[in-house]
Unconditional design. Structure first.
Length: 287
């Protein structure tokens, strides 16, 4: 890394650290995040805490009653919602609740890209028998958080990035490296680390464009890398530029999807993306 690039990188990091409006994990979400790590926690215990937060309660009840989940009866209590959705889905809601509005209001296309990536990642994680597929989905949902941060907090740099993408015909990530000295993946990693989220989320977010360099959690990082590419290839949402990046061979070897598994994945994905169109619209209306 050149001295000039490192200087740019450190300057961006300093500016982001000094921004007061950067989203934080609210105290109640931080408390819940610790609670869900306890295997003995009950739905009632979680519900008692969630019900103290009107916004979180509203999101949870609207989510469980959305057509995406399709439960036949209307769910009216937080405890019942937790039982029906499961602890791991609740974890996803807790972690993402503080950035829902930020992502959706800044760029619906990027939000839908992230939803699609999360869906693919969950499907692959289940196929490969990973222990917590919902957590893999959470990492995928947050994988482009750095783009949201740059757009919201560094608007002049963001405009310059878009101009460079258009002018040179390069990817957003290449433009970021040239102008900022750092990519959105590293910026997103800084933020979720600042939230004290576990390395199993931080590392895949940080390294999803260079999965072979991830120091740990390489399987999840590989899944994020592949999911990002696949959702771009099928054209769901908008990741910030028109390019479909090359597939890292190390990541592909780790995933090891057979032809039949890949065929099944594409069929499942086609059905899920239709559902996601409606789900995205519903989630944007959670006021």
């Amino acid at each position: 890394m050149t001295d000039d690039k490192e200087t740019k990188r450190q300057e961006i990091r300093r500016r982001l650290r000094d921004i007061q409006s950067l989203p934080t994990l609210p105290p109640i979400a931080a408390k819940l995040n610790k609670m869900v790590e306890d295997e003995d926690i009950t739905a009632n215990q979680l519900g008692n805490v969630i019900e103290r937060d009107q916004v979180l309660t509203s999101k949870l009840l609207k989510m469980v009653n959305s057509s995406f989940y399709g439960f036949p009866q209307r769910i009216s209590t937080v405890a019942n919602a937790i039982v029906l959705l499961g602890i791991n889905v609740i974890k996803t809601l807790i972690v993402t609740s503080s950035i829902f509005e930020m992502m959706q209001s800044s760029d619906v296309g990027l939000w839908e890209h992230s939803l699609g990536c999360a869906t693919i990642a969950s499907l692959i994680a289940k196929k490969k028998g990973l222990k917590n597929p919902e957590e893999v989905s959470t990492a995928a949902l947050l994988h482009d958080l750095g783009k949201v941060v740059v757009r919201a907090e560094l608007p002049s740099e963001y405009d310059a990035l878009l101009a460079l993408v258009e002018q040179k015909g390069i990817s957003m990530r290449e433009a970021e490296e040239e102008l900022l000295g750092v990519s959105h993946s590293e910026i997103g990693g800084w933020l979720v680390h600042q939230w004290n989220l576990p390395d199993r989320l931080v590392l895949p977010i940080t390294w999803h464009h260079r999965p072979e360099e991830a120091p740990d959690h390489k399987d999840v990082t590989a899944i994020l890398h592949f999911s990002d590419i696949l959702v771009r290839a099928v054209g769901f949402g908008f990741g910030g530029d028109m390019w479909v990046p090359p597939l890292n061979q190390d990541a592909w070897k780790r995933i090891k999807l057979s032809k039949s598994e890949m065929k099944e994945l594409l069929v499942e994905l086609d059905e899920k993306l239709i559902e996601l169109q409606d789900f995205s619209a519903e989630m944007q209306n959670l006021g």
